[in-house]
Ligand binder design. Sequence first.
Ligand SMILES: NC(=O)c1ccc[n+]([C@@H]2O[C@H](COP(=O)([O-])OP(=O)(O)OC[C@H]3O[C@@H](n4cnc5c(N)ncnc54)[C@H](OP(=O)(O)O)[C@@H]3O)[C@@H](O)[C@H]2O)c1
Length: 324
Amino acid sequence: MPKVFIMGGMGHIGGVILDLLTRSHPEVEVRVLARDQDKADKVTSKYPRAQCVIGDFASLDLIEMTCRGADIVINAGPDITHDDTLKAVLQGLQHREGGSGAKKPYLIHTSGAEQLVSMLDTAVHRVTAKLVLSAAPQVKVAILAPAGVKGISPSVCHPLPITMPAILQCVRAFKSPFMICEGENAVGMIHVLDLARMYTVLVDDNAYYFGSATDTPYRRDWMAGLAPLLEKHGVVESGCTVKSVTAAEVARRVLFGDDYDPDAPPPPLDSWATHITHGLGANLRVRGSKMRKLGWEPEHLSYFETMDEVIPAYLEREKETAAK
Ligand SMILES: NC(=O)c1ccc[n+]([C@@H]2O[C@H](COP(=O)([O-])OP(=O)(O)OC[C@H]3O[C@@H](n4cnc5c(N)ncnc54)[C@H](OP(=O)(O)O)[C@@H]3O)[C@@H](O)[C@H]2O)c1
């Protein structure tokens, strides 16, 4: 019976992988890294066949030991700045139970398409990606680099896209939809359910796979398309036009929202605020064509239909959190 260890299995992406694996592969033994008992209980009450290992990305010995007993490790947690965690994963996979007679272990690693497209060593995700690739050929590795991820996930902890809080915080602070400069950048998008199906068809060694289903319109048309939904759900007043702003203004509003101080220092380069601002202002035109060659096809295409579900779900969760 294949043993799969999922890291980040409670996340927006990892939660669907867990859901899909337990439903479509009942023969698989699944272990999930959970940061605390409460999260572990949520996972096992929804997926009684899953086992949880309590720890985080700093629990290097635990991660190495768990990987020693796994056939496949799926990392759907954060990748950058966690190189020691990945070294523990690779150490565990390279010294698996059963020694050299055991079947070749497999690591499916989630990266990010931002700044990776150039494959330059200075690109944010590239350092970690090179570390993962260095484990081949002893370990079979695949790197999946999603573009923008949309849609509602069955995750027990993070059902909504990771980008929602930053985007809505900026929309509220600007009191309108916004674009960086003229919004002439486009970003590929993929529904989280389509993305999860990519993990199940990954078979090649030592390769990058971009996770994208569509090349979306320019950001200015994307924000213009979002405007009626933002109005419909009461995030902005009616009649708003798309505001042109600078990247620095967006980065500061991701951090401070309405409390905008133009003299505040810009957020650090390796911060989430800078990362998401880059994603909102840069081109990210990837198509997932390599996955299509493996037989994968997206099923969920309309971004705006997805957002008509996601925005009210996000607002509802925000209300619940404020009431606690
Ligand atoms: N979503 C996107 O648009 C996108 C695009 C490109 C790449 N990616 C990559 O995919 C990754 C996952 O994205 P996501 O949207 O699924 O994020 P998410 O919803 O925030 O999920 C992240 C998961 O990782 C876990 N985690 C975070 N830090 C951890 C730590 N120090 N120790 C143990 N677990 C930790 C979280 O655990 P808790 O549940 O305990 O918080 C959660 O289960 C991202 O970090 C990024 O590298 C995402």
